[in-house]
Design a protein around this ligand. Structure first.
Ligand SMILES: Nc1ncnc2c1ncn2[C@@H]1O[C@H](COP(=O)(O)OP(=O)(O)OP(=O)(O)O)[C@@H](O)[C@H]1O
Ligand SMILES: [Mg+2]
Length: 248
């Protein structure tokens, strides 16, 4: 599954980590792949991107086995650092450049129950690679009017990926995030989402809380940092929805 939205700061990385750990708690084996040169997923599991000898850049561009860049933390993480920014350029002339990630994952597809791919805030080649390698996409959306507008563009990109690269990939669900219950605006934004996308919107709505900013600093998920918080409960509920309803 890819977690994608070209808008920045909508909780793609936060959702990748916490959904991953929630699935792990349920007994599934989980790999999270960091496809963002910012390396936020890598960092939020306590790995310093600057200390890495090999990372997703080497996997995508040089064919290094993905096993070599997987670190075992709360979940398994295929790590990334800033050099991944150069992958788009390095891959540009390569035949099959959109399939580099799908190819790299072949060796581990059957090892994990779930592979979650965190993507950068753009619809460039790294995100296209993630969509090409995925069966489904989870789209975190910030509960604000303006963030709802980017969804059409993401859907167009998905349509192109389906036509040309991966006929299977579809939206598994839209996840309302950063919900502020104190404002009418937040509630209205969720209404607008549900009236436009109906069942595609997860029942789980992730509220705004400072815990999500605190946990990554400690290199851990909210489920470990504050196991009994509402924040942790939200991602556990999402994990159950992913397993039950929105089947792959
Ligand atoms: N429910 C929440 N409540 C409060 N803060 C949150 C919540 N979810 C995420 N955040 C915070 O919002 C910021 C953006 O989240 P995150 O990095 O997950 O977004 P992103 O979509 O991955 O961003 P980018 O597009 O830059 O990769 C982070 O500082 C994160 O800690
Ligand atoms: Mg991110």
């Amino acid at each position: 599954m890819a977690l994608a939205n070209q808008k920045g700061g909508v909780a793609k990385t936060t959702s990748t980590v916490n959904l991953g750990v929630a699935l792990r708690e349920l007994g599934y084996s989980v790999l999270a792949v960091d496809m963002d040169p910012q390396g936020n997923l890598t960092m939020s599991q306590g790995v310093d991107p600057e200390t890495l000898r090999v990372s997703m850049f080497n996997v995508l561009v040089q064919g290094v086995p993905i096993d070599d860049v997987i670190h075992e933390r709360e979940i398994h993480v295929a790590v990334a650092s800033i050099d991944l920014a150069g992958a788009e350029l390095s891959l540009a002339p390569v035949i099959g450049r959109e399939r580099a990630l799908a190819k790299a994952l072949l060796t581990v597809r059957d090892v994990y129950d779930f592979i979650l791919i965190d993507t950068p805030p753009s619809l460039g080649l790294l995100t296209i690679n993630a969509l090409t390698a995925s069966e489904g996409v989870i789209v975190p959306v910030q509960c604000e009017y303006l963030s709802l507008r980017g969804l059409a563009q993401l859907e167009r990109t998905l349509e192109l990926v389906r036509e040309n690269l991966n006929p299977e990939v579809h939206i598994l669900g839209i996840l309302p995030t950063l919900f502020d219950s104190r404002t009418l605006h937040g509630a209205e934004a969720v209404e607008v989402l549900r009236s436009n996308f109906g069942d595609l919107v997860f029942n789980t709505v992730v509220r705004k809380t400072i815990k999500f900013a605190e946990a990554p600093v400690k290199g851990m998920s909210v489920l470990t940092y504050a196991p009994h918080s509402e924040a942790a409960r939200a991602y556990r509920a999402l994990a159950r929805e992913v397993i039950n309803g929105k089947t792959i």
